[in-house]
Every structure is written in C-alpha cells, then in structure tokens.
Ligand binder design. Sequence first.
Ligand SMILES: [Zn+2]
Length: 464
Amino acid sequence: MSSRTVIRGGLVITASDEIHADVLIEDTRIAALASPGSQNWSADRTIDATGRYVIPGGVDAHTHMELPFGGTHASDTFETGTRAAAWGGTTTIVDFAVQSVGTTLREGLDAWHAKAEGNCAIDYAFHMIVSDVNEETLKEMDLLIEEGVTSFKQFMAYPGVFYSDDGQILRAMQRAAGNGGLIMMHAENGIAIDVLVEQALARGETDPRHHGEVRKALLEAEATHRAIRLAQVAGAPLYVVHVSAAEAVAELARARDDGLNVFGETCPQYLFLSTDNLAEPGFEGAKYVCSTPLRPREHQARLWQGLRTNDLQVVSTDHCPFCFTGQKELGRGDFSKIPNGLPGVENRMDLLHQAVVDGHISRRRWIEIACAAPARMFGLYPKKGTITPGADADVVIYDPHAEQVMSAATHHMNVDYSAYEGKRVTGRVETVLSRGEPVIDQREYTGRAGHGVFTPRSTCQYLN
Ligand SMILES: [Zn+2]
C-alpha cells in the first residue's frame, strides 16, 4: 500500500526554522517540503493547515504507564496513556521499564514489553530503571544498548525500593562511560529525606504540604552535585530528571560551564504549579504530591531561565497518574503514603505553547525542548522530533489561536482529576499523524491500540 498526504499552507516550525511550506508525506515518512502552492503534488489526502502551525509530534521522554508504586499502580495503561498523549500532540513516549531488586534487567524489560506491545496508539521506547547493581546487571546494560534501550535510570531517593548507594551509582556510571549509555538520575538525598519524614510524622505533621517541606531544595541540590561529581569521576555523561529547585539548576549550570556532559530535564508541574497547590485545603494537596516536589513559586523563574539558556534541555512530564479517589487517598493522615506522581502527558505541548504566549520561550525553543532535544538526547533524531525529508511523518496540526480550559471533565487521561483544572490556555491540537496515519483527525480520535510500535534508540546524540 502506498499513500500520499499533503499538508498545505501551514507554518512549519522546527527547533531551527519557521517557514511557510507545504509538506508531502509518502507512506510513513516525510518526503518533501516546498514553498506554498509551488508543487502540484497528487495526494490521497490533503490537510488544509492555513493559519495553523505544522509541528513535529511531541517526544515525551519521561512517562510511567502502569507503574507499580506504594502498593498501587499508575492509573493510565499503555493504551489509555498513549491515546491521551496523542490527544495532546505527543507521538512518542519513552517509558521506564523497571528492574526490581533480585531480578535481572532482562526480566524487567520483558515485562514492560508485554505491557506495551499491541496496546499503544503512538510509538514508544524504553529507558531501564536499574535498582540492583551487580556484575550481572552491569553486563546486561551492554546488551540492552544493542537492543535500543540506551539509557538507565538510578535513584538517590526511595531507600529500600529503587535506591542505589554511591558505590552502585559509580559502578553503573563507569559501565555507561564504556558502553555509551546515558545515566539518568533522580537526584534527591533519600536517606536524609527519610529522617525528616519520620520526624515530621512524629510531630503530627501529616498533611500533603509537609511532603514538600521535608523534601528540601537543598537535598535536591546536594544530590545533584553529588551525581555530577560521581559522573565526572566515572567519565560518564549524566541526565538529571525532573529538576525542580533553583539550587539544582545552579549546580547543572556550573557543571556545564565547566564543560561537563551534564544535562537537565524539568516538567510542566514545576513551571506552572507550586507549594501553594500542595497547601490547598482539606486533602486536595495530595493531587500535587510528586517527587521531586513542587517548590515555592520563586523557583519558577530560575527554571524558565535555565530553559532559555540551555542549562535545562528537555521538558518531559514524568506522567505518573493516580486517582484522587482510592489512590491518593491512601495517604490520608500520612503524607508519606500518598502515591507520588501527577498526570500530564496530555497537557505538555499545550502548556509549553502557553509559555510561548506568555513570553517565556520562543516558538522554536518550544519545539526544541518538547520534540527535538528529547529526540536527540535519547537517540531518536531525526526519525523523531523534526520535520525533514526521511523523518517519520509524526506531525501535529496545531491551532495557535484556539482557546481551551483544562479539565478532568474533558481530558483523556485515565485519572479523576486534572492538575490544571480550570486553567485557560491558548492553543490546541487539531490533527495528529503518527507515521503518516491520522490518530487525531480534526479533534476526533481515529487511532488504534497497536498502531504504536517499539522504537529502538541509538545512544545520546549530544555526545561526541
Ligand atoms: Zn519519573
């Protein structure tokens, strides 16, 4: 089967250019771009994008569909989560396969393949969470890289669950230095945080807002610093996930100024929400419990600055939804039992477009931090993350003038609340193609579970 789609009259925006152009898609790939109206391409399907943006599908490099956590599991399956992602203009997710302590990387990866295969509406890839560093695990890292799983996440937080000590981290980093892998770090001093949690609960401080108070910015900064120095000793690159504290951005900026291959990601919740949300009355604050935690509003300016100056390179969601009813409620009377995570995979592209409207970033930077940089960071570029001949035809027709109000009543994520309930934003996804096939067509879902395929990745493309 051969099919041709032409997208006419839109403003094509990539990380590097903004041009009015027609786009020709042949089968699953971008075939050509041309000046508007200059080519008489025949087509099976023509999309009029006049007055619209034509942008690469979003690449969300940090999701946790179905993640088991704290005695429950994230409420989006690969099926519901990838469908919601498509609604929000994201056409690739990189999710985290989990190695549990006492099992192999292979067992963890196989389990995540089984969850995702045949269920995804959009393409997907995997990082590997390494919870148990030993000789066998280190050898397995090499094999996973050959299979296109080229990044490995470790945790300085969550002692007794995902936690690795400095020696285990150093060993994994040394292995990554040799095999080209990228170590991703959850940088919070979990040992110290657990002491503060225990002390807070002993004082009767059980409300959700205390989650933010015990997970101190300084303990994020300290862990970020330590991770950077361990990576430096190992001679390995480092990617710090969900950076939320101004002090942690400063650590990354300093390391980058020193010429180190250190990268940072932040998430929309840290850019748009704050400890004010965690302090909402009743138990409402539980909706905003995630780690790293939301910070006081003052931190936001440093995050935006970091995104502008490239001290932060990527915005991902850390999408890890838990319903308020029955899941977040597990932590009533003890904030430490609230499952950690926020929904957001559907909201990222729109919130970052709102950042363009608000003047925080340029349109091209929007596409860079949401599409191109995550694709490059995790070895998917230019197949994903841009619009160029040869690239996968993952394309979003975006209406930059449409108004929408974010709400659980209208979103497609399988979770009973929105972290952005009532937030008015300008801009909305209209049509989404995944490898040339319409997944969202004029705001109707036309995709199907199983269209999305596992996408092997090369190693980080920011390293030389
Ligand atoms: Zn995460």
